[in-house]
Design a binder for this molecule. Structure first.
Ligand code: AR6
Length: 178
């Protein structure tokens, strides 16, 4: 499923993000860049130790910001590590922090002249962000970014389950009609 925005494409897929061939895949990291479970664990396992070596040198990544490392053994050349908010009650600035995580990642992709970037569903696993709300924030933020920048040319959301795919599909359909 795909939507064109300002000459760029937003695409939804079901799959494992570590198989992506985009220029960069985005990691749902923690602010210590210490590695962990979920997509973070999968990326470090598939990409090998070089990614963690660079993370250690960088040292950390405050919530809502992003940093870039090698993709190590991954097909993707780079990993953009971003940190979404831990969801508490929705009143702790969570939507803004989640939007900032997507914006920072997109800005870093442009800075490095990357044409394609693949995102997981940030904050919706261990960090507990309600899936549909997170999907709405993710797609609205990416659409707004593409409207003003027109790049990166291809933004893919790689969802790990049919449920996640359906939530993002519904968010994409809302965008089409807005
Ligand atoms: N490919 C695509 N999506 C995946 C994959 C994969 N291989 N594996 C899991 N997901 P989470 P968070 C989905 O918990 O909520 C870590 O310990 C998963 O189904 O990975 O941002 C970090 O170190 C879910 O929908 O990230 C942090 O401490 C989504 O990815 C913390 O978890 C995000 O789930 C970050 O939590």
């Amino acid at each position: 499923m795909r939507l064109e925005i300002n000459g760029a494409f937003v695409e939804l897929a079901i799959g494992d993000i570590t198989d992506e061939t985009s220029d960069a895949i985005v990691n749902a990291a923690n602010s210590a860049l210490a590695g962990g479970s979920g997509v973070d664990g999968a990326i470090h396992r598939a990409g090998g130790p070089q990614i963690m070596e660079e993370c250690r040198k960088i040292g950390g990544c405050p919530t809502g910001t992003a940093v870039i490392t090698t993709g190590g053994r991954l097909k993707a050349k780079y990993v953009i590590h971003t940190v979404g908010p831990i969801y508490e009650d929705g009143l702790q600035n969570e939507p803004k922090l989640l939007a900032n995580a997507y914006k920072s990642s997109m800005a870093l992709a442009i800075k490095h002249e990357l044409k394609s970037v693949s995102f997981p569903s940030i904050s919706t696993g261990a960090y507990g962000y309600p899936l549909q709300e997170a999907a709405d924030v993710a797609l609205k933020t990416v659409a707004e970014f593409l409207l003003s920048h027109g790049r990166p040319n291809n933004v893919r959301f790689v969802l790990f389950s049919q449920t996640a795919f359906d939530a993002y599909k519904s968010a994409l359909e809302k965008l089409k009609t807005s």
